[in-house]
Ligand binder design. Structure first.
Ligand code: GAL
Length: 417
């Protein structure tokens, strides 16, 4: 009898142990998706995970572009208390992987066949030394304009096709007494506009030479002076209250008819949709005039921080699997404004802007015109990115002229490497 009980309790203990290994713990998710549109998209993720009994512990750190979130992350990891999953961009992922802090997702990636469906440009940031370390949730791109259709109709402005047309259109709005360009004066927003200014002047070859290869001559070239001249032109079309304004409040100015245009990544579409606006009827989306054919992308990924606890590891694997499922990629990106991070997701559920985004991405990737966003950490590691921010913002705020900006860019970028 005693022997039987003993065996049984061994069995029960073994069962409990295996359950605790198999059972997913909660995930604590650090992210910066706090605007209306972003929160709506985040809810799609929360609901999806809840349906799979993965609990969610929310760790939002407000601030577009994620700088504040990355500061919080550093503090958490230094304190030995890394969150389970972290929204992260580009080179930041590779930096954390190089520090040995990220979990290995190879098992789930192999089971789900990620290698075959995730585009090479994204794999370059999701894999470190051949191992999967993060799960890409989307592809955004920064070279978009969001326009209030009623204002354009009222002023007889057709969708501008070239940079010069765009400037004419902006002037027309300004002359009519409205805000031409809705903008928030924060370094990452200035830099987001800068992505497009660079593309409009020199296309992806110049962009790559200057901001990926960090070629000294390209950084200090006449073309770069022209880039800064274009930034100054745009600066002439923002309202006097632009300093410090959050990006979603700038989007709201276009949504509410206070302003005609915003240059912003396609997360802006999430704000329009969240306000009940319809593309083509209420607002227009088009590539920044002069950048058609090129795509400056950024992909939000969830990097998983290595955890000792088996339940936490299981949850990470399940979260990564859920994120990469085709149905989730469709449902989430329809709301977020981005396009799927896998190439095999049907475009049926996407609106006209989303469909265009998918076509543009595939076309740019196939023709060598897909570049990583400077502003969103897909062209350089944080030190260089921040050096570029400093120059772009100082110039945008009128601290120095375009020629000085180009010269400073060379110095700052060289010093930051
Ligand atoms: C980007 C991020 C987007 C969007 C945006 C504004 O860096 O990739 O998903 O959230 O910031 O917060």
């Amino acid at each position: 009898m005693r022997g039987y009980l003993g065996k049984k309790s061994v069995l029960v203990t073994a069962l409990l142990a295996s359950t605790s290994i198999a059972q997913a713990a909660d995930v604590e998710v650090l992210h910066w998706w706090t605007s209306g549109g972003e929160a709506a998209a985040l809810n799609v993720l929360k609901t999806d995970l809840a349906g799979q009994s993965i609990g969610w512990v929310d760790m939002p750190v407000a601030g577009g572009g994620g700088e504040a979130a990355m500061t919080t992350l550093r503090a958490r990891v230094t304190a030995g208390n890394a969150p389970t999953a972290v929204q992260m961009l580009g080179f930041d992922i590779l930096d954390w992987a190089a520090e040995g802090k990220l979990a290995n997702l190879n098992d789930v990636a192999a089971e789900e066949g990620w290698d075959a469906v995730v585009p090479a440009a994204l794999q370059g940031f999701a894999k470190f030394e051949g191992n999967w370390v993060s799960a890409p949730v989307n592809v955004h791109s920064t070279n978009w304009v969001w326009a209030n259709k009623a204002i354009l109709d009222e002023l007889g402005i057709a969708q501008p096709e070239s940079w010069d047309d765009f400037v004419v259109a902006l002037q027309k709005v300004k002359d009519a007494g409205k805000v031409a360009l809705a903008h928030g004066g924060q370094a990452w927003q200035d830099a987001t506009v800068f992505d497009s200014a660079v593309l409009s002047v020199g296309g992806t070859d110049f962009y790559t030479k200057a901001f990926v290869e960090l070629d000294e001559q390209a950084l200090g070239s006449d073309q770069m002076v022209e880039v800064f001249n274009r930034m100054a032109t745009l600066r002439g079309f923002v309202d006097s209250n632009f300093s410090g304004r959050d990006w979603n409040l700038a989007s709201a100015m276009v949504i509410n008819g206070e302003a005609a245009f915003q240059i912003m990544g396609d997360w802006a579409k999430g704000e329009f949709l969240n306000a009940g606006k319809v593309p083509g009827d209420d607002f227009l989306c088009f590539r920044v005039p002069g950048t058609q054919g090129a795509v400056s992308f950024n992909s939000d990924q969830f990097a998983m921080f290595a955890q000792a606890d088996a339940g936490a590891q299981t949850a990470q694997g399940e979260m990564a699997r859920a994120i990469m499922s085709p149905s989730f990629q469709s449902a989430f990106n329809v709301v977020k404004g981005s396009v799927p991070a896998r190439t095999d997701v049907p475009n049926d559920a996407f609106d006209a802007c989303g469909k265009q985004g998918m076509v543009d991405l595939a076309d740019a990737a196939a023709n060598g015109r897909l570049v990583g966003s400077i502003a969103h950490g897909h062209a350089n590691p944080a030190a260089v990115k921040n050096a570029i921010y400093d120059v772009v913002t100082a110039h945008f705020n009128g601290e120095y002229d375009a020629a000085t900006a180009a010269a400073n860019l060379v110095n700052e970028v060289m010093a930051a490497q």
